[in-house]
Design a protein around this ligand. Structure first.
Ligand code: 5GP
Length: 204
């Protein structure tokens, strides 16, 4: 795991520092890098962590539950939310809208509870403006070839969709310098251990 030096703006979240507000952890990764599995491992390990359920206009995949995996809403509802300032951040990813509820973040953080966001690079930039002390983690696949193979093996996306996801992955990986921690998901147990260590470091 590579680790960047803490910046001054991040000092509120320095390990061991006294704090009242909840911490904001952001996990980003290209599609297929294994982020969902890693996020699940973190949520299983820290039962008190609050997971921010994003809002999206994409259709549910098989097995996904409304209100659990995402809040699935219409484009009109989403666009109304943009007008009314409902989103702490939002982005168009792979042709669909995705956004984080500002009310949820503000309320949960003010209550002193730590939050995990699973969002893309564009969303991370916006959250860092709002909460500069957020702890940012980028999960990388070991290589583009492995990423392509994982997306194909997953069997949920067409060849066109996979091509778009691979292009977006290259674009996102080029911006990994935005993140404080980088975890390469080569072997899952090791990546899980590294991710949990990051959470423990800031939460202790
Ligand atoms: P998927 O459709 O595969 O669940 O997610 C596609 C991408 O959208 C992932 O990179 C995921 O991190 C990102 N994403 C999910 N929720 C949000 C969100 O609320 N905001 C932003 N900016 N990106 C999100």
């Amino acid at each position: 795991m590579q680790q960047r030096p803490l910046k001054t703006a991040c000092s509120e979240a320095a390990p061991g520092a006294k704090r009242k507000k909840g911490l904001v952890f952001i996990i980003s990764a290209p599609s297929g890098a294994g982020k969902t599995t890693l996020c699940r491992a973190v949520r299983d390990r820290f039962a008190d962590l609050q997971y921010s359920v994003s809002y999206t206009t994409r259709s549910p995949r098989s097995g996904e539950q409304n209100g659990v995996d995402y809040h699935f809403i219409t484009a009109r509802e989403f666009e109304n939310g943009i007008q009314s300032g409902r989103w702490a951040e939002w982005a168009r990813v792979h042709g669909n809208y995705y956004g984080t509820s500002a009310a949820f973040l503000d309320k949960t953080r003010a209550a002193g509870r730590d939050i995990v966001l699973d969002i893309d690079v564009e969303g991370t930039r916006q959250i860092l403006k709002r909460y500069p002390d957020s702890i940012t983690i980028f999960v990388m696949p070991p290589s583009m070839e492995v990423l392509r193979q994982r997306l194909e093996d997953r069997g949920t996306d067409s060849a066109e969709v996979i091509a778009v996801r691979l292009k977006n992955a290259e674009n996102e990986m080029a911006q990994k310098g935005l993140y404080r921690h980088i975890i390469v998901n080569d072997r899952l147990p090791q990546a899980v251990a590294e991710l949990i260590a990051v959470f423990e470091k800031y939460r202790s």
